[in-house]
Design a binder for this molecule. Structure first.
Ligand SMILES: C[SH](C)CC(=O)O
Length: 267
């Protein structure tokens, strides 16, 4: 059947990202739910996954990757999510901002910017696309901030200028979080705060804000994707709510592949 053909063509392999990503846990759940026992989920990184996607896509080769929205891959390539009739990947989610306990009292201005930070998937995708085309993340962030002062004004409304107070943001090298963390970091810097951005793995990102060694993260995918991390640290993280609504996770393939559902992968 076509599913064996597809399985053979991709060596029964799904190209994943960093092992700490919730998307990887969701994919493992989907593989169990759909009985994909002779399939393997390849661990790596977001950058390695997009490099393999480019290589396959340019050769019109079959490939199955762990995908998410917002991501520039959906504008750069003609891709589709495989249908997920069992709902293994959950419903559309939001990305939340989390800060350490005490930030509100110790750094009210930076807290308020982080609390007011909110934008749309299309805003994030603009920054992601610039970065994908080779612009340095901080340059892409600065450009977006300059071009969207009306939105940024909402984030800095009633916020006193900082006087070099330190603020540290932690994030994982997912294209979406490279974009959001650099944008909010740029706005904090322009408001007079001394900003440090630190790239870590997913576990240490939540642990850093929970133990107070970092001030904030803008990368918590909820209610499902990062639920394990949030449950682990629940009363140590201050959840400021969504900074973006309408995310999606799933198995993603080029439109030139003739499969439409995760069911089609079952041998
Ligand atoms: C890869 S998504 C940006 C986040 C996650 O899966 O943990």
């Amino acid at each position: 059947t076509s599913s064996n053909k597809v399985g053979d063509q991709v060596h029964y392999e799904i190209t994943g990202i960093d092992p700490g990503a919730g998307l990887m846990k969701a994919t493992e759940k989907a593989m169990r739910d759909y009985g994909l026992k002779d399939w393997t989920l390849k661990e790596g990184s977001s950058a390695a996954m997009t490099a393999e996607l480019k290589k396959a896509y340019d050769q019109k080769e079959p490939i199955i990757v762990t995908g998410w929205t917002p991501h520039w891959m959906f504008t750069k390539y003609k891709l589709k999510y495989l249908e997920d009739p069992k709902g293994s990947f959950g419903k559309d989610e939001s990305i939340h901002t989390m800060v350490r306990k005490g930030l509100k009292e110790e750094n009210p201005g930076a807290f308020k910017i982080l609390d007011q930070f909110y934008w749309k998937p299309s805003d994030m995708e603009k920054v992601m696309s610039d970065v994908q085309e080779g612009t340095k993340p901080e340059e892409a962030a600065k450009k977006w901030v300059e071009n969207n002062d009306d939105i940024v004004a909402k984030w800095t409304k009633d916020v006193p200028k900082g006087n070099g107070e330190k603020i540290s943001l932690v994030y994982v090298a997912w294209e979406s979080e490279i974009a959001s963390t650099n944008v909010v970091g740029t706005v904090l810097k322009q408001q007079g705060y001394d900003v440090t951005l630190k790239q870590v793995e997913a576990g240490p990102m939540f642990a850093g804000v929970a133990d107070g060694s970092a001030d904030a993260l803008v990368a918590a995918w909820l209610p499902t994707t990062h639920s394990d991390y949030i449950n682990e640290y629940k009363n140590k993280l201050v959840d400021l709510g969504p900074n973006l609504d309408g995310t999606k996770l799933g198995l993603t393939v080029p439109e030139y592949m003739d499969i439409d559902s995760i069911e089609d992968l079952k041998t």
